[in-house]
Design a protein around this ligand. Structure first.
Ligand code: GLN
Length: 532
């Protein structure tokens, strides 16, 4: 089921194999029909992660990149929609030479072709393919078919790992293996036998239950792997190591490797363990509730970026999720809440809901010298706030919200006009990595320690250059621009402990072993404020 930890399990296996010196790459398969998640509402999907080469992908790609410490690209993600689209387009251009095109084998063959292409591109020894969805649902069946066909072709080269959930119902307090037994039966029904079962649960699976699953599911006891909830996802590789996951996998694949070098992971865990003093960071966003539950998944990479930077300065992050709409309906809570924080982040976003609350929060942190980091929309809104309150242009806005404002300080990028008119929304934002040149002597320059950087983007609107001079005079300095000087990529207020906002998404480049310089600078300022 979704949320059970398949992504972290995949990323952790990858990390261990990489630590053994193998070249590893990973692919996420999403069974839905959207061509990519870029057009989906965050309630449906959570965060949209963006790769260097500009693909809008599933948030699991973020975990792969963070665990493997490598950039992945457009071949690392596929959905049923994207696979069907390729097959149908190929058929339309006579790519199948007049033959009948059928779900099987043509869809699985397209999937297999893509897996091989990703493996070749990465020159990988091992390619991990995470199949999303649940065994037995019809949506991912073609991917399981692809798996079966690959296995048939090269049985020794394909391993199937089932990530299953073992409930421990409160009323009986006992771990139940039955759902996993049925999951394996269902897999068997599509011609697949798992070689390993990862047992996700609140608890560690014990020896008798490992034996039970072994006998009932036809796997060795050693291949029934405990995967209880842990304090941090970064503990999982070391935990899997103790369960001999990597050893079993290389043995089964017949790969000879050195033992894994776990020092960076051990150091990371030591760093996390030593980080006991709190740093309080507020994330002012738009939160999505489904029924009685509130989702914070749309800010997953932001959360990881905060953690990486906090651990680096020896602090335990306490994240305070703040709903910007609350600041609109209850303005009195704004000052009280924000005052208690060490730093505030406004992450990316779209549309009108909660905007005035975000603007009020920016005004407060700017005036009260509370460290602020704005990400994409957080930068655009910092520009709107400065125009309204430093320059007195009360109607200043982004044309995303007020298309007719007299002060469109943020406006639609030229290249986007036609796309919006044609309703060409899929994969058409300014996406992926672009270079940015930093202003010498600025805070951004000091934080990065170099003049040219490259960062990942996902936006349609940009700072309107005709207002740049006046905004700079008012104190909102543009400290990073596109190489042609036209596009503002970073703004900062220099008479402030830390007020930096970027048009790009630095959170996509953070890694547990080396936090992102903007988050690190922000965190240091937050820690300083925490000592007040
Ligand atoms: N909505 C804004 C734009 O499209 C910001 C996007 C974002 O924050 N990712 O430009």
């Amino acid at each position: 089921m979704s949320g059970v930890g398949k992504g972290v399990a995949t990323a952790s296996i990858g990390a261990l194999l990489k630590a053994r010196g193998l070249k590893v790459t990973a692919i996420k398969v999403d069974p839905y029909l959207n061509v990519d998640p870029g057009t989906m509402n965050p309630i449906e999907h959570g965060e949209v992660f963006v790769t260097t080469d500009g693909l809008e992908t599933d948030q699991d790609l973020g975990n792969y990149e963070r665990f493997l410490d490598e950039d992945l690209g457009h071949l690392s993600c596929m959905t049923s929609g994207s696979v069907y689209l390729s097959v149908i387009m190929r058929e339309r251009s006579l790519g199948y030479g007049g033959k009948t095109v059928e779900a099987v084998p043509h869809i699985p063959l397209e999937i297999i072709g893509r897996i091989r292409a990703a493996a070749d591109l990465a020159d990988a020894d091992v390619t991990l393919v995470e199949v999303g969805g649940t065994v037995g649902e019809y949506q991912n069946i073609m991917f399981l078919e692809a798996c079966r066909m690959m296995h048939l072709e090269a049985p020794k080269d394909v391993l199937v790992v089932l990530v299953s959930y073992l409930p421990v119902p409160n009323s009986i307090g006992e771990m139940k293996t039955k759902p996993t037994q049925y999951a394996v039966r269902t897999l068997n029904g599509v011609g697949l036998q798992p070689n390993m079962i990862i047992c996700r649960s609140t608890h560690t699976i014990d020896a008798p239950r490992k034996r039970k699953l072994s006998v009932n599911c036809n796997v060795a006891t050693e291949d029934v792997i405990a995967a209880p909830d842990v304090g941090s996802i970064y503990e999982v590789p070391a935990f899997f190591r103790k369960e001999h996951v990597d050893e079993r996998i290389v043995m089964k694949l017949g790969l000879r490797t050195r033992p894994p070098r776990m020092k960076p992971w051990k150091d990371l865990l030591t760093r996390i363990g030593k980080s006991r003093k709190l740093v309080r960071i507020g994330v002012v966003g738009k939160y999505f509730s489904t029924g009685d539950f509130v989702l914070t998944d749309s800010y997953l990479s932001v959360l990881e970026a905060i953690k990486h930077a906090a651990w680096f300065v020896g602090r335990k992050p306490e994240i305070v999720w703040l709903n910007s709409e609350d600041f609109e309906s209850r303005p009195a809570t704004l000052a009280k809440t924000l005052r208690s924080l060490d730093g505030v982040i406004i992450p990316g976003g779209f549309g009108t809901r909660g905007i005035e609350g975000k603007l009020a929060a920016i005004k407060y942190v700017r005036e009260k010298s509370i460290p602020y980091l704005g990400l994409c929309y957080g930068m655009q809104l910092a520009t709107v706030e400065a125009a309204r309150n430093l320059l007195g242009w009360k109607d200043a806005n982004t044309t995303e919200i007020a298309p007719k404002t007299k002060h469109p300080v943020i406006h639609l990028m030229d290249e986007q006009e036609g796309k919006m008119k044609d309703k060409d929304y899929g994969g058409t934002m300014r996406l992926g990595s672009y270079p940015c040149v930093l202003k010498k002597g600025s805070l951004a320059h000091r934080l990065y320690g170099r003049v040219t950087i490259s960062e990942r983007h996902r936006h349609r609107y940009e700072a309107n250059p005709i207002f740049r001079e006046e905004l700079e005079k008012a104190g909102l300095v543009v400290s990073g621009v596109s190489p042609d000087g036209k596009l503002a990529e970073i703004v900062e207020i220099q008479k402030h402990p830390f007020f930096v906002a970027s048009q790009f998404h630095p959170e996509f480049l953070t890694r547990p072993f080396h936090p992102h310089p903007l988050f690190l600078g922000f965190m240091k300022a937050a820690v300083k404020r925490g000592r007040r």
